[in-house]
Ligand binder design. Structure first.
Ligand code: COA
Length: 434
């Protein structure tokens, strides 16, 4: 037996034993989405209830499961801190039982290194190799930064976690204890694409040149855009999140990464979530690298790519171009994520463009998503100075380089026809139409 395997065996224990090493008041950090060590976290929630522990914090970006720690009985005992809320954590956050962390995703590693100190770092990893290395698989994100000041480091080894290439690695010598939990990774259901999505995606695809490097965000729309790119050539990928749509573009030969200005021949990402097929594609694939998010989302890295194209969705936009992409009024819906990082990065790229997409209306055409003012309490994600294109099913308008009056007229032209007159009336009242 090799040296590293001996050390592995000496540190191998159960999730329950690891949970016993976590105490009341501990701040526990887990990377994102599929990096969450579900066996340890479940064992911890059980222990918290049984032994009446209190004030434990569990930090994670994007919960993909209805975990025990989200249960109302955990209040005061184990609190979830969401760095981006999902359909599972949203209710707990909006009912005041869980907290959330506002931040630009690019800043998350720095926050862990300088502002939020983890007592415990725990993560799911792919199995150890003969050199003693594990990978954080599809959840490199901010793992190394969270680890940097953690007092205890626990790993959950899962053979279903892809062995990813890139800098998201951890060595057995750095670990306090580990357990094994071989469970299939959660899959995201396939996004249903409707006619409106197709129109929006087509407007965007027409503005993407061959050879461009793309980032596609979270939600149904960015995936629809992927499907409209099948006749493009030599695209590259540099994207915070790696999705099924991207893997399909690579398989179709549309994405080659050959024309990228940096990281040629490789797609670069921070984390992934999607289907089983996607996870199989990413396993030991040198064509896709996962890196810390302060590299992937760094404006200066993004801007080194010529013709960088960023596509993300938004919830609501006012007539001068302030975009709320993370709340419905005061109710937290998701998070800032990397939207602003990529909008700014694309803005700084030579020939770069960023697109925010939205349907023109919500709730069966009763609400216009282009509004004369944002819903009170809406969280502004992109400022009016950052936004470039806004796209609805009625067209794409570029706001960059446009005056307030030109913006208002352009945005009204792609609002739902039913709301255009009212928006024009309000815009005039605000002195926006000149
Ligand atoms: N007023 C009221 N309700 C609204 C609304 C508005 N202005 N806009 C959307 N909604 C409702 C929708 O009707 C829908 O409700 P339903 O589920 O009952 O049908 C719900 O909110 C979600 O809207 P939808 O457009 O389907 O959201 P999505 O899942 O496509 O996600 C974002 C869109 C903007 C929330 C998502 O892309 C996001 O979180 N972006 C910010 C982070 C980001 O872009 N990161 C980039 C890199 S990953």
């Amino acid at each position: 037996m090799g040296k590293w395997k001996e050390i592995y065996n000496s540190k191998l224990t159960s999730a329950e034993e690891i949970a016993k090493r976590i105490n009341s008041g501990d701040v526990c950090a887990s990377t994102c989405a599929l990096g969450e060590p579900l066996g340890i976290v479940d064992a911890l929630a059980e222990r918290v209830l049984k032994e009446d522990l209190s004030d434990i914090e569990h930090h994670l970006l994007l919960t993909l499961k209805n975990n025990k720690y989200l249960d109302p009985q955990m209040v005061g005992k184990m609190k979830h801190v969401a760095w981006f809320t999902s359909g599972y954590s949203r209710k707990a956050v909006n009912e005041g039982r869980a907290d959330f962390m506002p931040c630009y995703y690019k800043d998350a590693p720095k926050l862990w290194r300088e502002h939020v100190e983890a007592d415990v770092f725990y993560a799911t990893v792919s199995p150890m190799d003969k050199h003693g290395w594990f990978t954080f698989g599809v959840a490199a994100s901010n793992a190394r930064a969270q680890m940097s000041r953690a007092k205890k480091i626990f790993l959950e080894v899962n053979e279903f976690m892809p062995r990813a290439h890139g800098t998201g690695i951890v060595h057995i010598s750095e670990v306090d204890a580990l357990c094994e939990n071989h469970i299939p990774l959660a899959e995201l259901g396939e996004a249903q694409i409707n006619e409106k999505d197709k129109y929006i995606a087509k407007f965007i695809a027409d503005l993407i040149p061959d050879g461009a490097t793309i980032q596609l965000g979270i939600g149904g729309m960015p995936n629809a855009v992927g499907q409209q790119l099948l006749d493009k050539k030599d695209l590259g990928i540099h994207s915070e999140m790696f999705t099924d749509g991207m893997f399909q573009l690579i398989e179709a030969g549309v994405v080659t990464n050959r024309k990228k200005s940096i990281n040629k021949n490789k797609a670069i990402s921070g984390f992934a979530a999607g289907s089983k097929k996607l996870y199989e594609f990413l396993d030991d694939n040198p064509g896709v690298e996962f890196h810390s998010i302060d590299y992937v989302n760094d404006l200066n890295v993004i801007a080194q790519h010529d013709n960088f194209i960023s596509v993300n969705a938004t919830v609501e936009v006012d007539l001068i171009g302030q975009a709320c992409s993370e709340s419905i009024g005061t109710q937290q819906f998701s998070g800032t994520g990397g939207q602003v990082d990529f909008v700014r990065g694309a803005g700084a790229s030579k020939g770069g463009k960023s697109f925010l997409t939205t349907y023109s209306t919500a709730k069966n055409d009763t609400i216009s998503k282009i509004t004369h003012q944002l819903t009170p309490g809406a969280h502004v994600t992109c400022s009016k100075n950052d936004i470039d294109y806004l796209v609805t099913e009625y067209g794409a308008v570029q706001l960059k380089g446009k005056t307030a009056s030109q913006r208002a007229k352009g945005l009204i032209s792609i609002a739902h026809p039913k709301f255009r007159e009212e928006l024009l009336f309000e815009a005039k009242k605000l002195g926006l139409i000149i």
